[in-house]
Write a protein that binds this ligand. Structure first.
Ligand code: GDP
Length: 323
């Protein structure tokens, strides 16, 4: 933040002279946030209203409510906002993301459903995905994992094979150029190696984690929350732009009820060029005659696995959403 962006928030706090300042949200748990101020110190913060619609990665305006507490008064315009949602609720994952890193492993076996959903969520927001297959040292399951990943490589997705534990230097050399100067979120089931990757990329990250957790806890123990970490300035700053790595708690389900049908069909890159082949302009690509997508499946150009995922996501998208 530069000095000129500090200003008197005269409109909202007339008379009180409360000063507002820019901050970055680095952790979120319900209505509890930790924000990073311009001097890099951390502060516990709350949203002003009941709703907490700020996410990790958001640039916000805060006012000091006490020496150790801030109030979030506004969210700066954001580039994008990554969600997940089911029929009951919609959860904010992170904002202002440049790259979604999907972390998979040879063992335990990764969920292809989760991989497909993470790719769709990135595509829907036009965010670049990077697929990582970790634990390639566990060779018994390597061929199987590669076989399952081939479909995604053929679709053009950048996939990277790593062994964070047994070949850390190689992993670091591959990850540094891909994470420098951008904000990445890691997504994956637990046990895939996300924490190991975080430790590799950010030596001493435990101290950062402890400090943020202490701010967030305020007495109670919370372990599952999304956090933003600074990648080391020695290699991650590109043209003055820092590299951020966002760690989200491992999850099994990645509901995408919030995506519309129009967003869905475009989030499958292999469908896109077929959409103009459909006989009906409002084709749903489920069972319509003369459908370009179904034709490509019959011709072997689109995988039935991907179409199954599309059908399931379309079904979810049509559910009622109380949120
Ligand atoms: P997370 O739940 O995704 O954060 O996964 P962790 O980083 O905690 O890793 C889960 C387990 O896999 C730990 O016991 C790690 O030591 C192990 N692990 C991580 N990377 C590798 C790897 O490259 N090879 C092997 N064999 N094990 C790994």
């Amino acid at each position: 933040m530069n000095r000129s962006s500090r200003h008197q928030n005269a409109g909202k706090s007339a008379g009180k002279g409360a000063e507002s300042e820019s901050a970055l949200i680095v952790a979120a748990h319900g209505r509890h946030y930790v924000v990073e101020r311009a001097d890099h110190s951390h502060l516990h913060a709350f949203p002003r209203g009941k709703k907490s619609d700020a996410a990790v990665g958001d640039h916000v305006r805060i006012e000091l409510a006490a020496a150790d507490q801030g109030v979030i008064t506004a969210i700066e315009p954001r580039k994008n906002l990554l969600h997940r949602s089911d029929q009951f609720k919609s959860k904010l994952l992170a904002a202002n993301i440049d790259q979604v890193i999907i972390v998979l492993a040879t063992e335990p076996s990764f969920s292809e459903d989760l991989l497909g959903r993470a790719l769709v969520s990135a595509e829907a927001l036009d965010i670049r995905p990077l697929v990582i297959l970790n634990k390639t040292d566990l060779t018994a399951r390597l061929d199987d994992a590669r076989r399952r990943l081939k479909l995604y490589q053929d679709l053009g997705y950048d996939t990277l094979e790593l062994s964070v534990n047994s070949r850390p230097e190689e992993a670091l050399a591959a990850l540094q150029p891909r994470t420098a100067g951008v904000s990445s979120i890691m997504i994956g089931q637990s046990g895939m190696g996300k924490s190991s990757m975080l430790n590799l990329l950010i030596p001493g990250v435990e101290a950062q984690t402890r400090e943020i957790s202490a701010k967030l806890d305020s007495g109670k123990h919370t372990t599952t929350f999304t956090r933003l970490y600074h990648l080391p300035e020695t290699w991650a700053v590109v043209d003055g732009k820092p590299g951020y790595l966002i760690d989200s708690p491992g999850f099994q389900e990645f509901g995408l009820h919030h995506l519309s049908e129009g967003m869905l069909e475009r989030a499958f890159p292999e469908f896109r060029e077929r959409l103009t082949d459909c006989r009906f302009y409002n084709c749903h690509h489920i069972n319509e005659p003369g459908c370009g997508v179904l034709g490509a499946i019959e011709g072997g150009d689109i995988s039935p696995r991907r179409h199954e995922l599309y059908t399931q996501l379309l079904h979810e998208s049509r559910q009622q959403k109380p949120w």
